[in-house]
Design a protein around this ligand. Structure first.
Ligand code: S3P
Length: 438
């Protein structure tokens, strides 16, 4: 039975060592590049969340042999390209899945129809259709370039594309299409975004160059199956770490966290707020930096987050806003209009949710300001999450250290990115449990 709601109750300190689930961005890419490559790709540490499982299913539909061997251990046997799928490709809740797969599929002379859940069907796909169209792909989409849409690829040609929004998904879609474009592609990136696609393309044997913020993928790249060790997801590690920072007496270590500088904006910001956050055992793994991150409960103060830090922490503003609610003073988060087109309008939902918990929040068109008092907020609220996993987890973390419990609806959506969230948090001592409807 699916619980109608989940409740977090304030309790004692959190303590322990846990492993973050596999990085979602890297997990999608490992499956997609594995399917595009020739030969076998062995993956360990794959995130087995709903979003990534949809991508695995999609890769099967495009002709790859995708097999699960045990927890996080998968192989993908690629055929060096995609063949026409029989049915509709349903990417569920995943913007990363659908946008990257559309880019990859556009390179082949096949037709494919894509759809997703109610949240994904509202999200803008024009941002990838625009460059793919410039390269020669064709499509028919629902109003406003939304899902469901049918894409017809093949015969792509070179473009030099300047990203109009700082989006790793758009960059990746263009690069993946570029693998099969005459003349390759060049992407101009005004603001650096996560570079996992570039790194992984190299690991699969492709020559990708970067020059003054441009990413150049020359024509004629061949991908060969390889081994991918997926590091822990910093976007998921953020929840137990912030929970420890705000819950008196806590000390929590999350092991094996990806520390790519294009993903660690939250950690940097938390340190500026006075967080006792330390990294131990730094190491390299499959071309990425990882380490064990320890958080100890800390007195936090409000800060102004530099807007140019947004791409390196775009998914972390909801949980940062929770940390800000416990901090003393104002935390100003601006230049984050992109948050409004994520799984939900995350600025609006965080503002509403925090207000319901008694926090002083000011919403702006492209950001928000949270005013903390240095004391735990009241809590005692039922939160509508609009089916957004990060909105749900953020408010549950708040409930662990608020004055009174916090309940969230649609808790099953947490499994899109962090299927073991409840168990992991309970293992650390958190009082989080299924409850009656919100
Ligand atoms: C992702 C990029 C980000 C992020 C998403 C994952 C990726 O989106 O929000 O969760 O894996 O490339 P944008 O690139 O659209 O900002």
């Amino acid at each position: 039975m699916i619980a109608a709601a989940m409740t977090a109750r304030p309790g004692g300190p959190l303590a322990g060592r846990v492993r973050a689930p596999g990085d979602k961005s890297i997990s999608h890419r490992a499956l997609i590049l594995g399917a595009l490559a020739t030969g076998v790709t062995e993956i360990e540490g794959l995130l087995e969340g709903e979003d990534v499982l949809r991508t695995a299913e999609a890769m099967r539909a495009f002709g790859a042999d995708v097999v699960r061997h045990g927890e996080g251990r998968w192989t993908v046997t690629g055929r060096g390209g995609f063949s026409a799928p029989d049915g509709v490709i349903d990417c569920g809740n995943s913007g990363t899945g659908v946008r990257l797969i559309m880019g990859a599929a556009a390179g082949f002379p096949i037709k494919a129809t894509f759809t997703g859940d109610a949240s994904l069907r509202k999200r803008p796909m024009n941002r990838v259709l625009e460059p793919l169209g410039q390269m020669g792909a064709r499509w028919e989409a629902a109003e406003g370039g939304r899902l469901p849409l049918t894409l017809k690829g093949g015969n792509l040609h070179h473009i030099r594309y300047r990203l109009p929004v700082a989006s790793a998904q758009v960059k990746s879609a263009v690069l993946l299409a570029g693998l099969n474009a005459e003349g390759g592609v060049e992407v101009e990136e005004p603001e650096a975004t996560r570079d996992h696609t570039e790194r992984m393309l190299r690991a699969f044997g492709a020559a990708v160059h970067t020059k003054d913020g441009d990413i150049i993928l020359p024509a004629g790249q061949k991908l060969t199956g390889t081994h991918v060790a997926v590091p822990g997801d910093p976007s998921s590690a953020a929840f137990p770490l912030v929970a420890a920072l705000i819950t008196p007496g806590s000390e929590v270590t999350v092991e094996g966290v990806l520390l790519n500088a294009l993903r660690t904006g939250l950690f940097e910001t938390l340190k500026e707020m006075g967080a006792d956050l330390t990294v131990s055992n730094p190491r390299a793994s499959s071309g990425e930096h990882v380490g064990d991150v320890t958080a100890r409960c800390s007195a936090l103060k409000g800060v102004v987050v530099p807007p140019d830090r947004a791409p390196s922490m775009i998914d972390e503003y909801p949980i940062l806003a929770v940390a800000a609610a416990f901090a003393d003073g104002e935390t100003v988060m601006r230049g984050i209009g992109e948050m409004r087109v994520k799984e939900s309008d995350r600025i609006a939902l965080m503002a509403r949710g925090l207000e319901a918990c008694g926090v002083d929040v000011e919403e702006e068109p492209e950001g928000f300001i949270v005013r903390g008092t240095g004391k735990p907020p009241r809590g005692a609220a039922s939160i509508e999450t609009a089916g957004d996993h990060r909105i749900a987890m953020s408010h549950l973390v708040l409930g662990l250290a608020a004055e009174a419990p916090v309940k969230v609806d649609e808790p099953e959506m947490i499994a899109t990115s962090f299927p073991g969230f409840g168990d992991m948090m309970r293992g650390l001592g958190a009082d989080i449990s299924a409850s009656e409807g919100a």
